[in-house]
Design a protein around this ligand. Structure first.
Ligand code: NI
Length: 173
């Protein structure tokens, strides 16, 4: 079997990352093909989550795998938060769209989310720990929000500078 074609990942501060995604209308062959390519792209980049927004598709679709073994893919289509714990915790986050940058973001420690799975079946996911953080992070992408936007203006300016420098160096190499 041929391996699926990887999708280019948009990099912060690409303005397309701020697009608000529309609901997926039908879980059809097009969406199933997109899921396969998004999962391959996420695994190739060693990420634990990828939102369609990050591959310039502005529909409410997320793929996640927080397992150590990298063989527990989750697909969330049209996810909605039904409940989020009042208890919050600050944890270190990174993002495939902000390569090499890690910083603390405060999130609910547990969430309950309703979403369609890859077969279009409605599911309720009770998540805590890393999965809860990952779901909130990816759902932010669908709203056009990147995690660095929780940080101070000063930090964001530094991050943009670092990413621009890394891009220049990559172009020269
Ligand atoms: Ni991200």
């Amino acid at each position: 079997m041929n391996s699926p074609e990887l999708l280019p990942i948009l990099c912060y501060p690409d303005p397309r990352l701020h697009t608000v995604a529309q609901p997926v209308v039908a879980v059809d062959d097009r969406i199933r093909a997109l899921i396969v390519r998004m999962l391959a792209t996420m695994y190739d980049a060693n990420g634990i989550g990828l939102a369609a927004t990050q591959v310039d598709v502005h529909e409410r679709l997320i793929v996640i795998d927080v397992s150590e073994t990298r063989d527990q893919p989750m697909v969330l289509i049209n996810p909605e938060i039904e409940w989020a714990s009042d208890e919050k915790r600050k944890g270190e986050e990174g993002c495939l769209s902000v390569p090499g940058i890690y910083d603390g973001v405060e999130r609910s420690v547990a969430v309950r989310v309703r979403a369609l799975d890859g077969e279009g079946k409605s599911r309720v996911i009770e998540a805590e720990g890393m999965l809860a953080v990952c779901i909130q992070h990816e759902m932010d992408h669908l709203m056009g929000k990147v995690f660095v936007e929780y940080l101070s203006m000063l930090k964001r300016t530094r991050i943009k500078g670092k990413l621009a420098k890394a891009r220049r160096e990559a172009e020269r190499a």
